[in-house]
Design a protein around this ligand. Structure first.
Ligand code: ADP
Length: 665
């Protein structure tokens, strides 16, 4: 709080010179620091007040022909707020009250004007003056704020209006005026009675309802009110806020109207674009699925027949040509698979497995796959699984294999001497997860530092001559990185040009329970058993196999292979024919193409499993043959009641081991 100044300017208004002298004398006994200004009528007083800031006025009640009331009024009309104490020679209680009402701070008999009394009056006046000036400042501040708010409301793009309980408009801003004019041809004015515009109200039932509910004291939000403009439609969001009176009742409503036409149009455009994008993505996925089928079917024939020719029919001088056909076909298939994979990832269609697997066993499979290539190039291939890594993990072993196949494949491709070392170690262990760090280190050509950041992007290769020298599309790493990230993992790379590279990634896995572990163990033993069987004497002697397949090239390839393994083969061209054969003859296994004329593989399976046909073994193992490698197809096949699944073009040993596994059961 401000402290009163310690030098006071006093104005004495008295027309009696003697009285003035008496006052001057008394004031000289006051212990404060004061300056006295003397006036004898209103004019001389105003002259002083205009030039000097005065702390307190002592006014004689009766001046020449006028009373203190006249002087007080005159001061007021001149905008002066200085405190006035009235002095008189004759005190009258009635006048005293009236004077205090008119703004005087005291009314004292001149005979009582002691130095102490004067001092008290001056102090109170100065305090009043201080409060007064604070009040004036606060009022000014309030005025400024109100003006600012008013300006904001007025210029707001939202329309704002207030309506009282009689449905009269009590206030509005420019936007509100504009909306009423534009949509209802109504000139908004203060006190406009909305009830006199029944047509307008009938046009906006949601708003009327909102207003009614707000007048009952509720805050109401109406999300979408549609108004027809001259040409287009417009949309508004309305909010109704009750205005309370001092007793807590609702005396009116503040209405905020926001034009959301643009927002709505954008949303609609966005929705349309999204639907179109979804449609396009669906079309792309359908196209890829079809293309995959169309390309894989002839590829199956090319690879299968080449294999067969290489196996026994090739004349020595043709072997090299056949090898080259085989190499190109394998490559082409690889590229098709990569493109399909990438589109699946982009379409968010990859479904991850969550199954138990034996990590060391998977790693030794990996070694088996790459050992011949490493031997061919004279490169050491080392695989280390640290002892701190749990043997059994739960996650997606197929994706892990796919990533490792790509990294080890690359490492061997870009290394001419030295070694490729694959390592698995435990990076982190939490209550939920074991995070395994895999790394593939080679002593190959390395990757230039400026390429390291881009190498994981699609269609990127480190050297422009890579494709010519080593083949490849630049998709493998992009796919691998995406697959790692889909499994909540992280992939990175360290490389030194000319010295080699280390690609690493980490994936968090959970641990399987005991039951899941024992299932994996049975499978692992079965795989090892089948491996041995196939390698030692590849024979399916005596096995009776029904091949349901309409494509003659595919028939030929499969028949040749099955005959090579001494199986007995019958061929059916449609699902219907397959059913007929199953009724007439006994079989150990059915190889079922999914897309056949008349009755497809799914329908035929349903008929077999349905049990409506006499003489058909409803439990006969059925292995689906399909050219499309999508996860959904695999799921559909198993859901349909088939036992297994082989993608065309199939690998000889894959076909062999799968048939063998199902015959033995
Ligand atoms: P692709 O091998 O089919 O071209 P990738 O995405 O697997 O596609 O690899 C992209 C590029 O990264 C390769 O072309 C090569 O330039 C570089 N690269 C990948 N792995 C290695 C490696 N181990 N050593 C050197 N360069 C590599």
């Amino acid at each position: 709080m401000e402290t009163p100044t310690n030098h006071y300017h006093i104005l004495l208004i008295d027309d009696d010179e003697f009285e003035r002298k008496v006052f001057t004398r008394t004031l000289s006994y006051v212990s404060m620091n004061t300056t006295l200004h003397e006036a004898w009528d209103i004019d001389s007083a105003l002259a002083i007040l205009n030039t000097q800031s005065i702390d307190c006025i002592f006014l004689d009640y009766r001046l020449d022909g006028i009373t203190a009331f006249d002087v007080l009024n005159s001061l007021k009309t001149n905008g002066l707020t200085t405190s006035v104490a009235i002095t008189t020679s004759l005190k009258d209680e009635g006048i005293a009250i009236d004077l205090l009402k008119s703004g005087a701070i005291d009314y004292i008999n001149k005979s009582e004007l002691t130095p102490d009394k004067i001092e008290n009056i001056i102090l109170s006046a100065s305090k009043i003056r201080m409060y007064e000036s604070q009040k004036i400042r606060a009022e000014q501040e309030l005025k400024n704020q109100v003006a600012k708010l008013g300006a904001i409301l007025e210029s707001s793009s939202s329309a704002i209006l207030s309506i009282n309980s009689a449905w009269e408009v009590t206030g509005f801003n420019a936007s509100a005026k504009d909306i009423f004019k534009r949509f209802f041809a109504i000139e908004l004015v203060e006190n406009l009675a909305l009830q006199s515009y029944p047509d307008m109200l009938a046009n906006v039932p949601l708003a009327v309802d909102g207003l009614n509910r707000a007048l009952e004291g509720n805050r109401v939000q109406v999300d979408q009110v549609r108004l027809a403009g001259r040409i287009e439609e417009y949309f508004f969001e309305l909010s109704f806020n009750p205005i309370k009176d001092e007793h807590g009742g609702t005396k009116g409503v503040a209405v905020f109207i926001q034009d959301i036409t643009d927002k709505k149009r954008n949303e609609e455009a966005l929705l349309k674009a999204r639907n179109e994008a979804l449609k396009a993505a669906q079309a792309k996925s359908d196209f890829l699925s079809n293309m995959s089928h169309e390309i894989r079917t002839p590829m199956n024939a090319i690879i299968g027949i080449t294999d067969l020719l290489l196996d026994k029919l090739a004349l020595p001088e043709n072997r090299e040509y056949l090898q080259s056909i085989k190499y190109s076909a394998d490559n082409l298939l690889h590229i098709i698979n990569d493109i399909l994979d990438l589109s699946k990832i982009e379409a968010g269609k990859v479904e991850l497995e969550h199954i138990a697997f034996n990590l060391p066993q998977r790693m030794s499979e990996l070694k088996k796959t790459f050992q011949p290539r490493a031997d061919e190039k004279g490169i050491d291939l080392l695989i280390t699984v640290n002892t701190d890594v749990p043997v059994h993990l739960k996650g997606d072993p197929f994706r892990l294999n796919q990533i490792l196949l790509n990294l080890v494949g690359n490492a061997l491709k870009f290394t001419t001497k030295g070694s490729v070392h694959v390592m698995a170690e435990l990076k982190k262990k939490t209550a939920q997860h074991h995070t395994i760090l895999f790394s593939v280190t080679d002593t190959g050509i390395g990757i230039p530092a400026e390429k390291i950041d881009q190498i994981f992007e699609t269609f990127t290769q480190a050297y422009t001559d890579t494709t010519r020298k080593f083949g490849g599309t630049g998709l493998g790493l992009a796919i691998s990185k995406n697959l790692v990230e889909l499994q909540q993992g992280f992939m990175g790379l360290k490389s030194e040009l000319g010295k080699g590279s280390t690609f690493f990634f980490e994936i968090p896995y959970t641990l399987p329970n005991q039951e899941e572990v024992s299932i994996v163990e049975v499978q692992t033993t079965a795989i090892q058993l089948q491996d041995n069987t196939y390698n030692n004497n590849a024979s399916l002697k005596g096995a009776r196999i029904l091949l349901a397949e309409d494509n003659s090239l595919n028939q030929f390839v499969a028949k040749q292979l099955l005959k090579k393994w001494n199986a007995e083969v019958s061929v059916a061209e449609t699902g219907k024919e397959a059913l007929k054969s199953l009724q007439e003859l006994e079989f150990d296994v059915v190889l079922m193409d999914l897309q056949m004329p008349e009755m497809n593989g799914f329908e035929a399976t349903a008929e077999i499993r349905g049990g409506k046909h006499k003489n058909i073994n409803t439990a006969i193992p059925i292995i689906a043959l399909t050219a499309d490698a999508f996860d959904e197809t695999r799921k559909k096949v198993l859901d349909a009641g088939m036992n297994d699944f082989i993608t065309k073009p199939f690998k000889q040993d894959d076909l062999f081991t799968k048939i063998l596994a199902h015959i033995k059961r």
